[in-house]
Design a protein around this ligand. Sequence first.
Ligand code: NAP
Length: 485
Amino acid sequence: MVDVYRNCIAGQWVECKTKATFPNVNPANTKETVGLFQASGPGDIQEACEAAAKAQPAWAAMPGPLRGEFLHKAAEIMESRLQKLSEEMTREEGKTLPEAKGEVKRAVNILRYFGGEGPRQFCYQIPSERESVFCYTLRKPLGVVALITPWNFPSAIPAWKMAPALVAGNTVVIKPASLAPLSAYRIVEALQEAGIPGGVLNYVTGSGGSVGNALIEHPAIRAISFTGSCDVGNALYDKVTKRKVRLQLEMGGKNPTIVLKDADLDYAASVLVNGAFFSTGQKCTACSRAIIEKDIHGALVERLTARTKKLKVGNGLEPGIEIGPAVDANQLETDLKYIEIAKREGAKLLCGGNRLTGGVFDLGYFVEPTIFAGVTPEMRIAQEEVFGPVLALMVANDFEDAMRLANGVRFGLSASIVSRDLTRVHQFINRIEAGLITVNLPTAGVEYQLPFGGTKESSFGMREQGPAALDFYTETRTVYLKYTQ
Ligand code: NAP
């Protein structure tokens, strides 16, 4: 018997108007349906937006510290279910159980962090140039906000949008990715159980083209926070900017790791394997280009391929598995398509390159971690996001050449360097075109208490997470008060 999950509108768990559902399938075992979710339509979005608009004034009027309490309670509820929620995430998205546990824990931390922002929504008091005039700012919520999330971090991303939106006094309509809607459902469920008032948080599943589109076009929506592909994000930008809705887009990347000749090669190899292949390369911050100084290229490649060949691919629920499946048949097809393109364009396949088949592999969408050498900047594998376990190696003549290669893409999400040369490291930090910069660390692995976001075509609008998140979900009002007449 497969569980059926409902929408949450006005505090009630309801079926969608058409009563139709769609399946959430385990990508490691396609015989398993993780759950059935509501195939909602514009009518359901209409109800959700109306409920959110109705609930918003009272929610905004509630003192911030009390709003924060709901987040703290939800964090406790989720933490008490850590094992169950992590297993569900592995079953719906495919990432390994330790990765899923890390993500659920991160969602819990995000709820706690923003729960703590309830009593801490600081404003400014600034001296006036006039006598007896007292000047200060207020933070006000925007109203109803729309959150649209991708499948690859199905708990953390909904959490890092919902928590700051709610604690700031906004009401929310969230549409999670159709490939992994259960993890976001569990956060909404925890907040409902924590007693958050009806209508404050509304959850509606359904296809992006129908539900997502109706949501962004709804006149009650004052802000949209979207994470996903550039194609969808850019189309969304075109549709909503003329309405002057506040917009935040977090999109794709083609993230480089530069390895300079002074690097410890074993360490550099571990940084590359972690950045490129963990979470099956399905992280927006995954490393997809390794830019290696020519003097160390041969020795590093040897270590890198040796490590990569040892990675254990399989069902992420099994102990010892390091790399799970592609999330669905489309993503698998994309991975294999780019592998073929890279071969055709003349890149040299060093390892991987195939779909894994036979036995349990036939049940899911497994692809070998793949490395290409001899990649040059004009190749598509050097320019386009694959979003799978495919790493392109590029040779740099020197540091300047490495910087030119690293910045020579339209994206600018994350970037890293492996080096002990302090001067080069600082030059890299100053000149790399990326929103997230790491040194002697993988390109991926961000923390919730710091601002997150990219530059160039990877992102648009204000930063997410950390103290920056509240800036997106609030607007500043300025008060001039003369206390004499
Ligand atoms: P996607 O296809 O763009 O989908 C993202 C979300 O948008 C989903 O909820 C999707 O719904 C919805 N959507 C699709 N079409 C829509 C439309 N016309 N109007 C409104 N919403 C619509 O992206 P994805 O495949 O889920 O995620 C992978 C991408 O996300 C990669 O490019 C990755 O780099 C990026 N990403 C970026 C970050 C970051 O912070 N920069 C983080 C994670 C992922 P359906 O699921 O129903 O199609």
